[in-house]
Ligand binder design. Structure first.
Ligand code: FAD
Length: 374
């Protein structure tokens, strides 16, 4: 194998999480590459729906070493985030290979380290960081297959604009932030029904005057109080990880004003090809948007990483059963802010220190083995 394919570390995924890890790896002068399947750094943001703005203000969106540009109290667009990530990689000269998709990770032949299989050949590394984002596999219920083939179905991750919708009514399933934003857009042109449990709402909209003060409290909470080191954090983790945060920008009153028909009933099946609610009603819709979240899927990592809840078994990103394997950017990996732009840097700093420690321990153990053998 070529020398540039045998590295200390391969980072899989060059979104904000992979780049933050790259920043710290570069500081420690480790030999590494960041592999990303997208054509361009920042594409995971560019491909989200038109008009998407962050709910976190500029001052809360910085990665290590480079403040987020622009108004610290403004709310950047998705494309501004994408451009920031691209500029970040270039500012620190991070070795990102775009357009390279990792298909499998295996233990290396000799038993130490890993073989990383890509659609552009293999790599070998002593350590692997999985930074592929929290959104592996769209969660779409099985009964979606029973809906009339004439109904346009999209998962929220595929939704970009209302031009993808057919004439007629839209049912949006899942009423947290993505579902509420999509329902509001759809309601401008279509009769729109939003189905799903009430996820609550933040006390203020991000743009409200009072929200500036609340921002600081919110940030302190998701960074320092809601962590895996506190009882409140450990209790909140499964709910924040699996269901996200309460409604922020789009409020129930906005939905009402836009004419969105909000039903608390859940969508539970299909009847005569149409979506069926758990109160027995059938929704006559020609479009269904599944804002039903995602599930983790790490079957491409051929090592024992997945715990009984489907998430990787890890502590602050260090995989407990597989030395050398690490995760970054998982929702609520260590704190409520772990998967947010402004929260991932702290996790990355911790992780890269642990990685250096593990690598040093391994070197020292190999040295001792060699000494005993001679
Ligand atoms: P991603 O951005 O998903 O990047 C993962 C990268 O890994 C991708 O570039 C992908 O191409 C690559 N990849 C995946 N699999 C492979 C593979 N097998 N081989 C090679 N490459 C691979 N956060 C905030 O801080 N503020 C906000 O306001 C905010 N708003 C959000 C709004 C929406 C609608 C969503 C979905 C998320 C939002 N987030 C927000 C959360 C979070 O910041 C983003 O989800 C962010 O994109 C996560 O970054 P990441 O690097 O962990 O993952």
């Amino acid at each position: 194998m070529r020398g540039d394919r045998q590295l200390d570390v391969v980072v899989i995924g060059g979104g904000q999480a992979g780049l933050a890890v790259g920043y710290h790896l570069a500081k420690q002068e480790r030999r590494f590459v960041i592999l990303d399947g997208h054509a361009r750094i920042g594409d995971s943001w560019r491909t989200r729906w038109e008009g998407l703005r962050l709910f976190t203000s500029g001052r809360l969106n910085s990665l290590p070493g480079a403040p987020f540009p622009g108004d610290p109290h403004g709310f950047p667009t998705k494309d501004e985030v994408a451009d920031y990530l691209e500029a970040y990689a270039s500012k620190f000269g991070l070795p990102v290979q775009t357009g390279v998709c990792v298909t499998d990770v295996w233990p290396a032949d000799g038993g130490r380290g890993f073989r990383i299989v890509t659609d552009d050949g293999d790599y070998e590394a002593g350590q692997v960081v999985v930074a592929t984002g929290a959104y592996d596999r769209p969660r779409v219920p099985e009964f979606a297959a029973e809906l009339d083939p004439g109904i346009t179905q999209l998962h929220s991750s595929q939704f970009q604009s209302t031009s993808q919708l057919r004439d007629g009514a839209v049912l949006v399933v899942g009423a947290s932030n993505s579902g509420a934003e999509i329902a509001l857009m759809a309601a401008r042109e279509h009769r729109t029904v939003l189905s799903g449990r009430d996820v609550g709402k933040m006390p203020f909209r991000p743009e409200d005057r009072l929200a500036r003060a609340f921002d600081t409290v919110f940030w302190f909470f998701v960074n320092h109080i809601a962590t895996m080191d506190t009882p409140i954090g450990r209790k909140a983790q499964p709910s924040i990880r699996d269901h996200g945060l309460p409604l922020d920008r789009v409020r129930p009153s906005d939905l009402r004003a836009a004419g969105v028909e909000r039903v608390q009933a859940r969508t539970v099946g299909a009847r005569d090809g149409l979506p069926l609610l758990d109160d027995g009603r059938v929704i006559e819709s020609t479009n269904v948007v599944w804002a039903t979240g995602f599930r983790p899927d790490h079957r491409w990592i051929h090592l024992p990483v997945t715990g009984p809840d489907g998430w990787p078994r890890q502590i602050r990103g260090v995989v407990t059963d597989v030395p050398g394997l690490f995760f970054i950017g998982l929702p609520f990996m260590y704190a409520g802010a772990s998967a947010l732009l402004g929260g991932v840097g702290r996790d990355a700093a911790y992780l890269v220190d642990r990685m250096a420690l593990q690598a040093a321990e391994l070197r020292s153990a190999s040295g001792q083995e060699a000494a005993i053998a001679s």
